[in-house]
Design a protein around this ligand. Structure first.
Ligand code: URA
Length: 260
């Protein structure tokens, strides 16, 4: 879902860097190209598709292309054996939601229920995330939800650095297709990974950050770190809940969503 963005300097995108490691991104781009050409519209350089504007704003055509590109990436992720987590998984939890979402939530890794269903945030923490999204006046279908890791670590332990780096290309390729305007990172592993920082969530939450140049079109994307819903469930105080809500309200303001 594309919102009327309350545009600010930090949302501007830095020109793409070439990161040759990202084969998945190339695959996604190929799919987008193919969709365009085989969809019956040959696109001369510099011209936009019907329903697509010249800037970063996407139209209905883009949403279909993005869905196809994400489906290709998901099929690829389902075959992934880049780290040992593939041996214990029941399902790869790629992510779900609107392929053309302005807003992406990123968590840590699938838990037991997510591994069972193959969907992100469908356990207890997921119920709270769903409520958070609804409190913003949105539904899960309006946003995109993903994790740093696509496979469940045993006993829900914290992801290892080797696992994060093995899974990284999947996430970058996914984000390079969606190109959200705002990313909400939930908890320490997601925040530290996305921002490439050792600073903890308690210091970073509630303060706008800028995504490093991790992939084409992604550098400079606005990032709002907040507490992980599982932490909120453990520390269910008015203070913690109030902090998360204030972080989400900043996101709503940035996206031009009404505070009701
Ligand atoms: N916690 C996460 O970080 N991700 C999920 O998908 C579920 C719980």
């Amino acid at each position: 879902m594309r919102f009327g963005f309350a545009s600010a300097g930090w949302a501007g995108r830095i020109p793409a860097v070439s990161d040759g490691a990202d084969n998945l991104y190339d695959t996604a781009r190929q799919v987008l190209d193919t969709e365009r050409r085989l969809g019956g519209v040959f696109l001369p350089a510099g011209q936009t598709l019907p329903g697509e504007s010249a800037g970063n704003e996407a139209g209905p055509g883009d949403a279909q292309d993005k869905a196809a590109a994400l489906a290709t990436l998901e099929a690829d992720a389902k075959q992934c054996t880049r780290c040992g987590l593939c041996r214990g998984r029941n399902n790869v939890v790629f992510g779900e939601g609107d392929p053309d979402a302005d807003l992406v939530f990123i968590g840590e890794a699938p838990g037991q229920e997510e591994d069972r269903q193959g969907r992100p945030f469908v356990g207890r923490a997921g119920e709270l995330l769903t409520k958070m999204i609804q409190a913003m006046g949105l539904t899960r279908e309006d946003v995109y939800i993903a994790n740093v890791l696509k496979c469940r670590p045993p006993n829900n332990r914290t992801p290892g650095a080797d696992e994060i780096s093995a899974c990284w290309d999947h996430l970058v390729a996914q984000l390079a297709v969606i190109r959200p305007k705002v990313i909400v990172t939930m908890g320490n592993p997601a925040t530290k990974t996305m921002l490439d920082t050792s600073t903890g969530i308690t210091r970073l939450r509630g303060r706008w950050q800028s995504l490093p140049m991790i992939g084409e079109g992604l550098g400079g994307t606005a990032v709002m770190p907040t507490f992980h819903p599982a932490y909120v469930l453990r520390q269910y105080t008015a203070d913690v809940r109030g902090k998360v809500w204030s972080d989400l309200q900043q996101v709503m303001d940035a996206l031009g969503l009404p505070r009701t």
